[in-house]
Design a protein around this ligand. Structure first.
Ligand code: DGP
Length: 112
């Protein structure tokens, strides 16, 4: 079990900005931008490499929810970035897939 399962189960606190039956979004504890929200499925999937066709609706749902959160956070028009870090080279530190929603400033490219 990861720390994100504990957040889903409300065993540890987080600043939740969105929740439905399939997913949860909360503010990143180490924000890298003025808006930095993590959107996670309630289903515990370790990495994007572990998704299966059965997860198609869930992942599509997350991509529909993310812009709604961006709009709610006031960054939709100016712009934002969605990131799934996967495994070591991308710096994934929590083995429960999470979609970073980053915005509120001009974001550099390419990533470091
Ligand atoms: P990643 O490096 O892609 O695995 O991102 C994991 C993110 O999760 C990282 O930006 C920090 C955040 N994080 C880790 N533990 C907690 C926590 O307990 N609460 C919250 N709100 N965020 C966390």
């Amino acid at each position: 079990m990861t720390i994100f399962t504990k957040i889903i189960n409300k065993e540890i606190p987080a600043t939740i900005v969105y929740e439905d039956e399939h997913c949860l979004a909360f503010r990143d504890i180490h924000p890298q931008a003025p808006v930095h929200v993590l959107l996670i499925p309630k289903k515990a999937i370790p990495t994007l490499n572990d998704v299966s066709p059965a997860d198609q609706l869930l992942l599509g749902h997350m991509l529909l929810v993310a812009p709604r959160i961006a709009s709610q956070e006031g960054i939709a028009a100016d712009g934002y970035r969605l990131v799934f870090n996967t495994n070591r080279d991308a710096g994934q530190t929590v083995a429960h897939i999470h979609l970073h929603i980053l915005g509120g400033r001009a974001l550099g490219w390419p990533p470091g």
